[in-house]
Design a protein around this ligand. Structure first.
Ligand SMILES: Nc1nc2c(ncn2[C@@H]2O[C@H](COP(=O)(O)OP(=O)(O)OP(=O)(O)O)[C@@H](O)[C@H]2O)c(=O)[nH]1
Ligand SMILES: [Mg+2]
Length: 208
């Protein structure tokens, strides 16, 4: 991994989207554009290298969904599928060639790129920056991490048999960004589309 002053990006797409039904939510159409493409396009405005993590059997469909994207993306597949998001973060961060990387899940089509600028700023000199909303979990799938530190922490947590993203985070020196720091950031940024119903609801808003 090299040290540059630029930010890389990792898009997590290796899950089975069971709440979504038969289809893969990563490539699901949201108002004419696949969800993952929306995420990549937004991430591309603040990063100069994007790695998509998924399973081997998703590669063709994801390549199709990203065809013609302005941002060039590399795909890094899970050596073993279904090991949880922590394993996906590890693969993505081991592949990305930047000191810091913005990590975002493929089902967050309204992700605000400005959030990553804020998180990158807070993360510098440390191992990462993560938002904690009031009374809520850390937003670990929309965060900035020092790639090698978080990849190592993920590997250690997985070796310990602890697949929680928080188990990896606890090993890091990370900055916490709270709600008061999010002025100017879109309120929709953390919305994740987990079900067909959520997809339809998001679609109706986009078509308003
Ligand atoms: N590589 C990898 N990524 C995963 C795995 N499970 C979830 N993810 C990713 O982590 C992010 C958040 O996970 P979820 O929203 O629970 O997605 P999901 O697991 O595909 O969907 P559900 O089956 O409905 O929980 C998504 O971007 C997923 O693609 C996994 O086992 N391996
Ligand atoms: Mg899941």
């Amino acid at each position: 991994m090299t040290t540059t002053d630029s930010l890389g990006g990792v898009v997590l797409a290796g899950g089975y989207s069971t709440r979504f039904g038969e289809a893969d939510k990563a490539v699901a159409d949201l108002a004419g554009t696949p969800m993952i493409r929306r995420v990549v396009d937004r991430l591309a405005s603040v990063t100069d290298e994007i790695v998509v993590n998924c399973r081997e059997d998703q590669v063709d469909a994801i390549r199709d969904a990203l065809a013609g994207c302005e941002a060039s993306t590399r795909i890094a597949t899970d050596p073993v599928p279904d090991q949880g998001p922590l394993a996906g973060i590890r693969v993505g961060l081991e592949t990305v060639d930047r000191e810091y990387a913005a990590v975002v899940a493929c089902d967050m089509p309204f992700v605000d790129p400005a959030l990553f600028e804020l998180l990158y700023d807070r993360a510098r000199g440390r191992d990462g920056a993560v938002v904690q909303l009031e009374d809520e979990w850390y937003q670990t799938t929309q965060a900035v991490y020092r790639a090698d530190a978080m990849a190592d922490a993920c590997a250690e947590a997985l070796e310990d048999g602890d697949g929680r993203i928080l188990a990896a985070l606890e090993k890091l020196d990370y900055a916490v960004v709270d709600e008061d720091d999010l002025e100017g950031i879109s309120g929709e940024t953390f919305e994740s589309i987990d079900t067909q119903e959520a997809l339809r609801e998001a679609e109706s808003r986009l078509e308003e």
